[in-house]
Design a protein around this ligand. Structure first.
Ligand SMILES: [Zn+2]
Ligand SMILES: [Zn+2]
Length: 328
């Protein structure tokens, strides 16, 4: 085994101690973005893509979710406030009691909400998010560009050595093939860098973007390490052995050895918000593999999900099958 020089040296020691874990070990490239001025030839976050001058820049035609607000009538506002008062009075003097609502009050609230997602109790407006087609289309923005030599852990289609990730920086839900998803719509492009000539210098500017979906330009400092899966993906006995080993070596399986954090290519997804959600290929049903993780915060200063991670999963059987998105 090669000298232990990586930050998760203990993963190598763990694998040596418990060889049954070896089939679960995956290479991951931690991308480690930091503010900088990347060029179209670099791997980077949020910088200029190596893009053929004669290839149209992609646009999203929506639909996008737009917020529609509607003032509550005086009568409905009065009814809502009466229900609030009644609930507070019933609870008065019982500090730890739950608020109780009568059947009639609940029905009145349902009628007033009228299917809206939220009631703004400062402005007394009903707030709905409704889908609206984008005319003209919204130009996508560059999120990530990776060159094969920087991320050897990734699978590459024959002849390709450049991966570009773009997204539409607005809110989408129910994208085709993406269930329970709310966020930017993502596109992946694989290219052969040498075949891109006459590169496009000025892509169109985004329109009405969600500010937290516009990454700040960063250069990368890639580092390849070993990643191990979330405990939920391991047989119980094997997980117990890994945890016991970790305790004996002053470390912790969940915190230090599995599901490396931050922007990364390859590796294992963590399931820290939900239980394990197997993400299957919509074309062939195979269990997909984690391709990329986009993280919130840090120098790129994005915020996806609830300031969480956006993960792109691809089919291990056929790279041309559609990818899946997941927020955590
Ligand atoms: Zn869009
Ligand atoms: Zn597939």
């Amino acid at each position: 085994m090669s000298p232990v020089t990586t930050p998760n040296a203990s993963a190598a020691a763990l694998l040596a101690a418990i060889p049954d874990l070896a089939p679960y070990a995956r290479r991951v490239t931690l991308l480690r973005p930091r503010s900088g001025r990347p060029t179209p030839l670099d791997s980077h976050v949020g910088g200029p893509l190596l893009w053929p001058a004669d290839e149209p820049w992609p646009v999203c035609e929506g639909p996008h979710l737009v917020e529609v607000r509607e003032k509550l009538s005086e009568a409905d506002r009065e009814t809502w406030q009466q229900i609030d008062r009644a609930m507070r009075e019933r609870r008065a003097g019982r500090a730890n009691a739950a608020y109780e609502i009568t059947q009639a009050e609940a029905e009145a609230q349902t009628r007033i909400m009228d299917g809206a997602g939220m009631l703004d109790m400062i402005t007394w407006e009903l707030v709905r998010r409704v889908p609206e087609p984008a005319v003209p289309g919204v130009p996508l923005v560059a999120v990530l560009q990776l060159r094969a030599q920087d991320v050897p852990a990734l699978p590459w289609p024959e002849g390709m050595d450049l991966l570009q990730v773009l997204w539409c920086p607005r809110e989408h839900s129910d994208l085709p093939g993406q269930s329970y998803y709310w966020g930017p719509s993502v596109e992946l492009r694989h290219r052969c860098a040498a075949s891109v000539t006459g590169a496009l210098l000025q892509p169109p500017l985004p329109v009405d973007a969600v500010a937290s979906y516009l990454p700040r330009p960063c250069v990368l400092d890639p580092l390849e390490v070993v990643d191990l899966p979330d405990g939920d993906e391991l047989p119980a006995g094997l997980l117990a052995r890994a945890e016991t080993w970790a305790e004996g070596h002053d470390t912790e399986y969940h915190r230090d050895l599995s599901c490396q954090e931050g922007w990364k290519a390859g590796g294992w997804p963590s399931w820290h918000l939900t239980d394990l959600v197997p993400v299957d290929c919509p074309a062939c049903g195979a269990r997909t593999r984690l391709l990329l993780t986009v993280d919130s915060g840090g120098d790129p200063d994005l915020s996806v999900g609830r300031h969480g991670e956006l993960r792109v999963f691809t089919c291990p059987v056929d790279a041309s099958h559609p990818f899946r998105l997941n927020l955590q």
